[in-house]
Design a protein around this ligand. Structure first.
Ligand code: NAD
Length: 494
């Protein structure tokens, strides 16, 4: 059974510079391997930091004209891109699934979210994004929204299309030239997005692609003409990118990792809750910043846990859940499971050794859904982001104890409560230390225009990356005060 259509032959990725596909000089290359098979599906250049300047130069030139054509024409360009994205959705979903290990359905969902951000950005032409008021007789104050110039987005492996598309439409529509530095683990989808940008007829240099790893990132951070950097990735790198970018006077919004808590209380809906918990920790093989990774069991919720375990154990890897990004991830998770076991946790469902049938998938990076029970709050499995299809059950006697546990996490991306009691839900909504809270929802990603973003160590910088937060981040306002003195000396006036 084919879970995904892999590229027929390895895709050779190049940078997109001023509308041309260019192999960066002096760049080493890296094989891109599919998490499904371990086979090479592409090759990506690792642009050295010195290779960043030509891309920024081209973008800087393009930014001037792109700002000048105005919002309406930019909207027309982006509408064509959006239409092409939709037309190519299936092809892109298979490409993203091939390189990130997602199921095709998950990759499709990521693209649909990208379309949603396009729609939000395209609607800006119908919104009042500036404003003016007569503040005293003859004096008007106005604020104008203006672009920043050249801006960059640095994105992680786990959403090859969606996370770039959190940034690109909004950054472009407000008039910036945008440079995407995708994860070197998933550069193929980014190249496909670049092709669609060219096909949509965006002026050369308005959208650029810079391939590579930390050296390419360093080049962006050091370049004085990069005005703003949107980053999404692990907290350690987010913190570093934020500090370095800010110290060079750039605007930086850096979203980091997560350790999300699902609080389940005894009155939780027995029909809805188990599947929502399973979907949350196994979706995208647990490789998403919104995945649940701690199930906080309040009081006696044993029957719900039994049902979660039954459903998770029956899942097939490959068909109902994808693969881990690389072998190092698989080994890291297997080691973490063994360590938790040695520290006293009970492996309620063990995903180690689970593989799909068929020789084609033997080289993939597989781990089935795994549930650790009796995890103590001081254990690694309760604290560290492990980024795989693994959930740790921490048992607590009261809702207050559950909220204390949630609040003790240094992260703050998402938290959810499963209950049928509105007052309990409201208490959790008010108390949770997370940027996105779910009530009977395991993956509480807000729809646009409600913006996406966490708090604490899940976000360095200010604001949200999508929705109105994105508009604020990728633009600046100019305040204008006008005073007109009426002239009465011209005969043509009367
Ligand atoms: P990562 O931090 O390893 O890489 C992210 C980006 O940073 C990549 O483009 C990579 O090339 C670059 N990079 C890596 N190391 C670097 C370094 N030392 N210096 C400069 N740049 C560097 O993250 P990842 O493994 O690709 O993605 C998974 C992580 O992303 C998880 O922690 C996950 O929670 C997080 N994530 C967060 C969100 C969110 O919205 N908060 C969304 C998706 C993923």
């Amino acid at each position: 059974m084919a879970f995904v259509q892999l590229p027929d032959s390895p895709v050779l990725c190049r940078n997109l510079v001023g509308g041309e596909w260019i192999s960066p000089a002096g760049a080493a290359t890296l094989d891109v391997r599919s998490p499904y098979t371990g086979g090479v599906i592409g090759r990506v250049p690792l642009t050295p930091s010195a290779g960043v300047a030509p891309i920024v130069e081209a973008a800087k030139k393009a930014a001037v004209g792109w700002q000048a054509i105005g919002l309406r024409e930019r909207t027309a360009h982006l509408s064509r891109f959006r239409a092409l994205l939709e037309k190519n959705l299936e092809r892109l979903a298979h490409l993203a699934a091939s390189e990130a290990g997602k199921t095709v359905a998950e990759a499709r969902a990521g693209l649909l979210k990208g379309l949603e951000v396009c729609d939000f950005s395209l609607s800006l032409q119908n919104l009042d994004t500036g404003g003016a008021m007569e503040v005293s007789r003859g004096v008007t104050c106005e604020f104008r929204r203006e672009p920043l110039g050249v801006v960059a987005g640095i994105t992680p492996f786990n959403f090859p299309a969606m996370v770039p598309l959190w940034m690109i439409p909004t950054a472009l529509i407000v008039g910036n030239a945008f440079i995407l530095k995708p994860s070197e683990k998933v550069p193929l989808t980014a190249c496909a997005l670049g092709e669609l940008m060219l096909e949509a007829g965006l002026p050369p240099g308005v959208f650029s692609l810079l391939h590579g790893g930390k050296e390419a990132v360093q080049g962006l951070l050091e370049h004085p003409d990069v005005q703003a950097v949107g980053f999404v990735g692990s907290s350690a790198v987010a913190r570093r990118v934020y500090a370095e970018g800010a110290s060079r006077g750039k605007r930086v919004l850096a979203l980091g990792g997560a350790k999300n808590h699902l609080i389940v209380v005894p009155d939780a809906d027995p029909d809805l809750t188990p599947q929502a918990v399973v979907d949350s920790f196994t979706g995208c093989a647990g490789q998403r910043c919104m995945a649940a990774s701690v199930l906080v069991a309040v009081g006696n919720v044993q029957s719900l846990i039994d049902e979660v375990a039954r459903r998770a154990a029956s899942m097939e890897v490959g068909s109902s859940m994808g693969a881990l990004i690389d072998r190092a991830s698989q080994e890291r998770l297997e080691t973490a499971i063994a360590r938790a076991e040695s520290e006293g946790a009970r492996v309620l469902v063990d995903g180690r050794g689970k593989k799909p049938q068929g020789a084609a998938w033997a080289g993939g990076n597989w781990l089935g859904p795994t549930i650790l029970d009796n995890v103590r709050p001081d254990m690694e499995a309760a604290q560290r982001e492990l980024f795989g299809p693994l959930i740790s059950i921490v048992r607590v006697p009261t809702l207050s104890a559950a909220l204390e546990l949630e609040a003790a996490s240094p992260y703050g991306n998402a938290a959810s409560i499963f209950t049928t009691n509105g007052a309990v839900a409201q208490h959790v909504v008010e108390s949770a230390r997370a940027g996105m809270v779910g009530v009977n929802v395991g993956v509480p990603v807000p729809r646009e225009p409600f913006s996406f973003g966490g708090i604490n160590e899940s976000r360095f910088g200010h604001g949200d990356i999508t929705g109105p937060g994105g508009v604020e981040f990728w633009s600046q306002t100019k305040k204008v005060t006008r005073k007109w003195t009426a002239r009465t000396d011209g005969s043509w006036m009367s």
